[in-house]
Design a protein around this ligand. Structure first.
Ligand SMILES: [Zn+2]
Length: 138
């Protein structure tokens, strides 16, 4: 499946989740939450393909990480420069449909998002990522 198919599949599942939450409100969400969750859906439905350097998400990630490296270098935060440079380097050694397409990586990144942003963000990230791995790459 190409990147657009992964995004559309993720957005379809997100729409279903929004509808279920409308019928049986599990989470109280403001319109801004829905917007941010939509962006998370798009990003996490593409995230497994960071193991392909030519993919849209990989090119976006490289640009964002380079900006962050420059930002932290300007403010002389050496540890953060090393962390982000490590992330950048790490993506070059990933095998396609290897660790980046695994349940472990899915749980790791969505768990981090749930920890820092909240349960609903982690849940949407998990579903979006899972849609790519378990439905999109069949
Ligand atoms: Zn993939």
């Amino acid at each position: 499946m190409n990147w657009l198919g992964h995004v559309l599949l993720g957005l379809f599942l997100y729409a279903v989740l929004c509808y279920v939450n409308y019928l049986h409100p599990f989470f109280s969400l403001a319109w801004l939450d829905y917007l941010v969750l939509g962006v998370i859906t798009v990003l996490f439905s593409l995230l497994p393909d960071i193991d392909q350097l030519s993919s849209k998400i990989s090119r976006l990630l490289h640009k964002v990480v380079l900006v962050l490296i420059i930002f932290f270098a300007v403010f002389q935060e050496l540890v953060m420069v090393i962390v982000f440079a490590g992330i950048l380097l790490w993506t070059h050694f990933l095998k396609h449909r290897g660790f980046a397409h695994s349940l472990v990586f899915c749980l790791l990144v969505s768990g981090l998002l749930a920890y820092f942003a909240g349960l609903v963000y982690g849940l949407v990230a998990f579903l979006s990522f899972s849609s790519h791995v378990f439905l999109g790459d069949l």
